[in-house]
Design a protein around this ligand. Sequence first.
Ligand code: MG
Length: 258
Amino acid sequence: MLIARYEIDGQIHYGKLEENSLKRCSGSPFATSALSGDVDRLDSVRLLCPVEPPRIFGAGLNYVSHIEEMKLKRPTVPLLFMKPTTAAIGPNEPIVYPREGKEVHFEGELAVIIGRRARRLRENEALDAVFGYTCANDVSERVIQRVEMSMGHLLVGKAYDTFCPMGPVIATGLDPNDLLLETRVNGKVRQSVRTSDLLFSVVELVTYISQATTLLTGDVILTGTPSGIGPIVPGDVVDITIEGVGTLRNPVVAEPSH
Ligand code: MG
């Protein structure tokens, strides 16, 4: 099932996407699968980030090929960071290239959407706490990131407003362990990998995080990016496609000067 969050006539709804129509949910899809009976045409709505400004956990260095291209050591536990909720944007919204930006990179990623409160999950319970999956772009400013990481921390390089596009929909019922993930910049393929190459699997990430902190409904876990990362500049268009989910497209624009 594909679930979209969208705006029409100034109202925000969730809807079940079927062909080119959206069957409105009668409430939060995290709480009920009931439909209201209303139907909206896909081309008459504005798709939004599929979850309300969420908590965003990110896993770094979680594909071996990416660890090698970054010339970094393989983590022995998931290398986690957080992105502020204000980084989240939806499909077609612009990624704003910040004034301080020198080397802004795209990172195509599979994002896990948590479906319920959960703490201290066992591995065999982890997928029960997952509602579904979407595409995400863990946009990163590498110069700032490298300075931060040289001092053993990471926040600002990942944290600028608009640095976490997500969408276009949440796909439920997917097996996350072997999905094709592709990133294109201006139509050219830059990343193409299967999620079977993840170092820490979705089950391992969800289980690990839940030992420390209560996962909340709508939380997002970015599972890391594969090799092929590279720069984006204003004027570019980034497409991230995940098998079974769809394509997340965002243009890049420059932040206006003072
Ligand atoms: Mg990343």
